[in-house]
Design a protein around this ligand. Structure first.
Ligand code: ADP
Ligand code: MG
Length: 381
């Protein structure tokens, strides 16, 4: 990465690298912006931002993935408007940092990522958090503030009304454990996963065009359900309340998904604690069905991957993960079934849709921070 940096910017004095991981959400989908519960894992797949101070007042940002460099006046970040471009993510973060009292110094940045883009593994939060650390360049911002600042950047500058999950887990991820986040109190606890299981994400390789607009529509439908029931958010409603509130369709089904999903997160964690793999797997599938039929954010490719996975020996459960309308599924399976699973799911998907799905092992990894081993940054995916 240093070589690339030199090629792009001629010099690399003072170069530092910051890493922030993507994530896979095991269960608790579309609950974060309803201030409920989620249970993600930070991945080894991550975004790396290399940054070095520059002379001349410019902030330059290069994305290896996009093969493109953009230049901004470091002193004029506060007044910039979104461009509907990938730089909205780092610039949105820079603008929030300025508002929080952190001046943005002239610098050259190089972005490398192993998180597949737009695949539900949160390349966006990985980019936001790694960029924020690069802009801070050693200045301290409390971890929770870092996550919240990056969420504000995505909501206010990028224009996506996201919850806190992605930024939170990218900051607070831990090796060997999943993390349960209470999206209202913003507290979390470790979720020790039982032995004898592995998680794999399978990428449909599609992102349907309505993903962004449907996400906003779901956020609005949930707000409508909460308003009709006179609760602050769906976090405060019980399944019984939702069923008896006289909500119109499809608002009823949207609310039903959210409140039952919150329940599934709790039951999943309890099942994990007692090592009840079958119960964990069943909850994953119930979550998928709820997202498929009540929340209606799945798509034929995701449904196919889930159904195909459930027919492969050693698979314990499977569901779509992330916002939906494409992206990835997450599958829980016995580790000794992993090779066969990859072969069979790959073959089946290729036969059905004519594309080979990418498959990623979901080994829980550590959250964001400076990456000292500059020589050992993985090659871009
Ligand atoms: P997800 O977070 O699930 O990957 P999003 O649609 O939320 O999907 O975010 C994807 C967007 O984030 C991309 O379209 C791009 O604008 C930006 N992005 C992510 N990774 C990179 C990268 N390495 N370089 C430039 N932009 C990136
Ligand atoms: Mg995202």
């Amino acid at each position: 990465m240093t070589e690339n940096f030199r090629k792009l910017y001629a010099a690399a004095e003072g170069l530092r690298v910051y890493r922030a991981p993507g994530r896979v959400n095991l269960i608790g989908e579309h609950t974060d912006y309803n201030l409920g519960f989620v249970c993600p894992v930070a991945l080894q797949l991550a975004t790396y931002v290399a940054a070095a101070p520059s002379a001349g007042g410019k902030l330059r940002i290069h994305s290896e993935h996009h093969g493109e460099t953009r230049e901004f006046d470091a002193g004029a970040i506060a007044g910039l408007q979104p461009q509907q471009h990938w730089t909205d993510y780092p610039i949105g973060v820079a603008q929030q940092l300025v508002r929080a009292g952190f001046a943005i110094a002239p610098a050259n940045l190089l972005i490398r990522s192993t998180v597949p883009e737009g695949s539900g593994l949160s390349s966006s939060a990985a980019l936001e958090v790694s960029s924020a650390l690069a802009f801070l360049n050693g200045r301290v911002l409390a971890p929770l503030e870092l996550a919240r600042l990056c969420q504000r950047a995505e909501r206010e500058f990028v224009g996506m009304p996201c919850g806190i999950m992605d930024q939170y887990i990218s900051v607070f991820g831990q090796e060997n454990t999943a993390v349960e986040i209470d999206c209202r109190s913003l507290e979390h606890r470790d979720v020790r996963l039982p032995g004898g299981i592995a998680f794999m994400a399978v990428n449909t390789m599609v992102k349907h065009a309505l993903a962004g607009s449907a996400y906003k529509e779901r956020v609005a439908e949930c707000a409508e359900a909460a308003a009709r029931m006179q609760v602050a958010s769906l976090r405060d409603a019980t399944p019984e309340q939702v069923e008896s509130a006289g909500l119109p369709d499809p608002v009823l089904r949207r609310a039903r998904h959210v409140v039952t999903e919150d329940g599934r997160v709790e039951r999943f964690i309890q099942a994990a604690a007692r090592g009840d793999l079958a119960a964990m797997g069943k909850l994953l599938v119930e979550s998928h069905r709820s997202l498929q039929h009540d929340y209606e954010v799945s798509c034929p490719e995701l449904d196919f991957l889930v159904d195909a996975a459930l027919g492969i020996p050693g698979v314990i459960g499977s569901r779509m993960t992330g916002g939906g309308f494409g992206g990835c599924t997450v599958t829980m399976l016995r580790p000794d079934a992993a090779v066969r699973f990859q072969t069979e799911i790959g073959r089946a998907y290729q036969k059905q849709f004519g594309v080979a799905p990418q498959i990623y092992e979901c080994q829980p990894s550590t959250g964001a921070g400076e990456w000292k081993d500059v020589a050992a940054i993985p090659a871009a995916r």
